[in-house]
Design a protein around this ligand. Structure first.
Ligand code: ADP
Length: 239
């Protein structure tokens, strides 16, 4: 029996090792593009080929900021993906959490003339409140990012049997059927998001999924290009 356990441990370690190699390769790939851009712009200015205008310097600052938030996201992801994520379980009221997160985004949504409505009922679950907040934050942040001005976001909290459910629905740009199966993968971004300045690093949904998985829950996405997206998170009320 000892041997059996050992084999299992080995393969888990192998998987970890494989995962780390892939992660390192992915990070290197993600860092290369912005670093190359910043370097060539700064060099052109240092060599006097380009005048160092505030606009050019600012675009370098923006790139550096993007790198900074990429590192913050990576750090979060690394912490989550360590074996044995320790959840700090307490009673969490999903409706209250949804209201708090929506409150945080009120100004951002207003600035973009996007309406947010909250519906549903109270639903209490056993969960890690900060992490549940992170999941809803990432979904709402995406909904605002990928919904054009004048759009609408609807957040629905449902209490169904042994589950508490949060649905975040927008009438934004949507996700093509080709991209939909991959959006929870690390660094995956659709072309629409890559082409936009506001696009993130493609880690937000990966973080959300890790958190939901750690709670033995489920996160799914439905979408139609040009019509909008709907993300559904199902949390078991208790383990
Ligand atoms: P990012 O930081 O780039 O937003 P995410 O992991 O949060 O990364 O999302 C991955 C990709 O899924 C995004 O780049 C975007 O292409 C797509 N996406 C996520 N949420 C939405 C949404 N509400 N509407 C349209 N596309 C979305």
């Amino acid at each position: 029996f000892e041997g059996e356990t050992k084999t299992r441990e080995m393969s888990a370690l192998d998987r970890q090792e494989q995962y780390r190699k892939q992660l390192t390769a992915d990070i290197a790939h993600e860092l290369r593009t912005p670093l190359t851009a910043i370097r060539s712009h700064l060099e052109a200015m240092a060599e006097g080929l380009w005048e160092a205008t505030p606009e050019r310097l600012n675009s370098c600052v923006e790139e550096v900021k993007r790198l900074g938030s990429l590192v913050v996201d990576l750090d979060r992801l690394a912490k989550l993906e360590q074996e044995n994520v320790r959840l700090n379980l307490t009673d969490v009221d999903l409706m209250e959490t949804v209201r708090a997160v929506c409150g945080n985004f009120e100004k951002e949504a207003d600035n973009k003339n996007i309406g947010i409505s909250i519906e549903g009922s109270v639903s209490g679950i056993q969960a890690d409140k900060d992490r549940v907040t992170q999941v809803i934050t990432n979904l709402l942040s995406n909904a605002i990012k990928y919904t054009p001005p004048g759009g609408h976001i609807r957040v629905h909290v449902k209490d169904e049997g042994t589950n508490g459910i949060v649905v975040v629905e927008d009438d934004g740009i949507g996700i093509s059927q080709k991209d939909l199966p991959y959006i929870f993968e690390r660094f995956y971004r659709t072309d629409q998001s890559r082409n936009r300045k506001t696009g993130g690093a493609g880690i937000g949904l990966t973080i959300a999924k890790s958190i939901v998985d750690a709670h033995n829950g489920r996160i799914t996405a439905e979408s139609a290009e040009g019509t909008g997206s709907r993300f559904t998170v199902v949390f078991p009320k208790s383990e």
